[in-house]
Design a protein around this ligand. Structure first.
Ligand SMILES: [Zn+2]
Ligand SMILES: [Zn+2]
Length: 113
């Protein structure tokens, strides 16, 4: 039986790591894949309580394009985040990628023997 917490998500029974919750990604709105990450749109220090689930790649994109201070100012103003030029490009690019698409951290080209 699937248990749900107050967020409407399946509880993390195992490692405490976020498992693909049955919600779309906060940033790109594609379904989440096997892995997802939590992001706090409003830092706790600013009274934020909520967290949202993101594709790891979308989470990266947010933190690559905004400083924590900027994120704190924008809070959960998704429109402001999406209006950022680099983020808009990213969203355009990721739109047709599969849910589990990741950018590899290993540089390609060194795997040849
Ligand atoms: Zn996403
Ligand atoms: Zn984050």
């Amino acid at each position: 039986m699937a248990r749900k917490n107050r967020w409407g998500l399946v509880e993390d029974d195992e490692e405490g790591a976020p498992e693909a919750p049955p919600v779309p990604c906060w940033l790109c709105e594609r379904p989440l894949g096997e892995t997802s990450e939590w992001h706090h749109p409003v830092p706790k220090s600013r009274g934020g309580k909520g967290r949202v689930a993101l594709h790891p790649i979308c989470h990266q994109s947010i933190h690559a394009n905004f400083t924590n201070a900027q994120l704190g100012r924008m809070g959960d103003d998704l429109a402001a985040i999406r209006a950022h030029e680099a983020v808009a490009k990213f969203l355009d690019w990721i739109a047709d990628k599969p849910a589990d698409f990741h950018v590899r951290t290993n540089k390609p080209g060194r795997q040849r023997r």
